[in-house]
Design a protein around this ligand. Structure first.
Ligand code: FAS
Ligand code: PHB
Length: 388
């Protein structure tokens, strides 16, 4: 088999890139480790920057989002019983869209089917070859035999645990990371949201987030110790703890119900540089991870593939200047999102080893945010997303 671009990974980064390339007339094959059902079963991101919304429209998957997505003009921040709003519309004249990653991935797969583009699922032992030369290729095992795909470029969109990043020689890779001493326990519940906008809560008992997917489907999170497992958190204990972390007026009206999904995700900040080596370019979680506090993970995957699609389209037409600057261009935006996600995480979470001084600094930061339009504007500018 031969194609122009081999895309490793059938998550949002790989599928959005596949759509952008297909619509530019560039052949591509997506090679995914799991079944489509497994990929669609993941409950991940929920907030889209408006640049991501526009990118999804360009990728041909904006129709259902336009009908069912919920535009939001702000978020609320709760600090104990105090609650204040970050008014995106008033401060930076922008908004975000509430539309789940699961829905995006579903639309992307259906669009790929309509375009008749090849997607390999259940590809085992995916291996990248020849990325330092001009004739790279990918091999994998499926149905008891080895397969080979020759290509011009490989897009490593296979997430944090994928094979692509590790194909770049260790001597070339520069990795930067910070692990956080807690995780997020998240539930999906067929209950109305806690409020009409997201509530990020910094309480003495730890962080909580009240989000949503639809008017009848809520997504809530609480910070938990890394040693916890989902079994430590039966639904009633989760709801009780969530209410204790919310302002009394919000807790009083919170509608509880059964969880239809429950999981714990660790939090880390991670960047691997460079995002290009020879004929391999990384995009999305394959190159970087942010703590979900800033709702940046999926949106960074979107800006990466926006830049990468432009670069591969230019290369298709004989120009390599764009691909030569892809890594630098993508990383400039990645690091600003890493900073914002780290700052939101430090601001809103309780740290086990926090000193009384650390705690007062955190409280002063929250008080400053509540009182300063300049501080709220800075948060709003980053939350709605810096320009691609
Ligand atoms: P993905 O990890 O989504 O996709 C990579 C794909 O590559 C997967 O389908 C995987 O099966 C496949 N793959 C892996 N190894 C392979 C191999 N060797 N060969 C072929 N395929 C391979 N972001 C937010 O903004 N908000 C959130 O609330 C949020 N919650 C999250 C919760 C969890 C548990 C996790 C892990 C992430 C969360 N994220 C969140 C971040 C998440 O949304 C990512 O940013 C987003 O999925 C990035 O998309 P991709 O880069 O496509 O990576
Ligand atoms: C979500 O709805 O899953 C969500 C929203 C905002 C975040 C993280 C997750 O910062």
């Amino acid at each position: 088999m031969r194609t122009e671009v081999a895309i490793i990974g059938g998550g949002p980064a790989g599928l959005i890139l596949g759509q952008l390339l297909t619509r530019a007339g560039i052949d591509n094959v997506v090679i995914e480790k799991h079944t489509r059902e497994h990929v669609l079963g993941r409950i991940r991101a929920g907030i889209l920057e408006w640049e991501t919304v526009e990118l999804l429209k360009r990728a041909g998957v904006g129709e259902r989002m336009a009908r069912h997505g919920i535009p939001h003009d702000g978020i609320r921040i709760a600090h104990g019983d105090q609650i204040f709003r970050i008014d995106f519309a008033e401060l930076v004249h922008k908004r975000v869209m509430v539309w789940g990653q699961t829905e995006i991935t579903r639309d992307l797969y259906e669009a790929r089917d309509r375009e008749g583009m090849p997607t390999v699922h259940e590809a085992a032992d995916v291996t990248l070859h020849g990325i330092d030369g001009n004739a790279p290729f990918v091999t994998w095992r499926k149905d008891g035999r080895e397969h080979r795909l020759d290509c011009d470029w490989i897009a490593g969109c296979d997430g944090f645990h994928g094979v692509s990043r590790r194909t770049i020689p260790e001597s070339i890779r520069r990795e930067f990371q910070r692990a956080y001493p807690f995780g997020w326990l998240g539930i999906l519940s067929p209950t109305p949201p806690a409020a009409e906008e997201l509530i990020y809560a910094a309480s003495d008992r730890g962080f909580a987030l009240c989000s949503m997917r639809r008017p009848d489907l809520s997504r809530h999170y609480i910070q938990v110790p890394l040693a916890d497992s989902v079994d430590d958190w039966p639904d009633e204990l989760f709801w009780e703890e969530l209410k204790r972390r919310l302002p009394a007026e919000v807790a009083r009206d919170l509608v509880t119900g059964p969880s239809i999904e429950k999981s714990i995700a660790p939090l880390r900040s991670f960047v691997s540089e460079p995002m290009r080596h020879g004929r391999l370019c990384l995009a999305g979680d394959a190159a970087h991870i942010v703590p979900p506090t800033g709702a940046k993970g999926l949106n960074l995957a979107a800006s990466d593939v926006h830049y990468l699609a432009e670069a591969l389209i230019a290369a298709h037409h004989g120009r390599t200047d764009e691909i030569d600057r892809y890594s630098e261009r993508a990383l400039a935006r990645v690091w600003k999102a890493e900073r914002f996600s780290w700052w939101m995480t430090m601001l809103l979470h309780s740290f086990p080893d926090e000193t009384p001084f650390d705690r007062r600094i955190r409280e002063a930061d929250l008080d400053y945010l509540a009182a300063s339009r300049a501080a709220r504007t800075a948060l709003a500018e980053n939350y709605v997303g810096l320009p691609f």
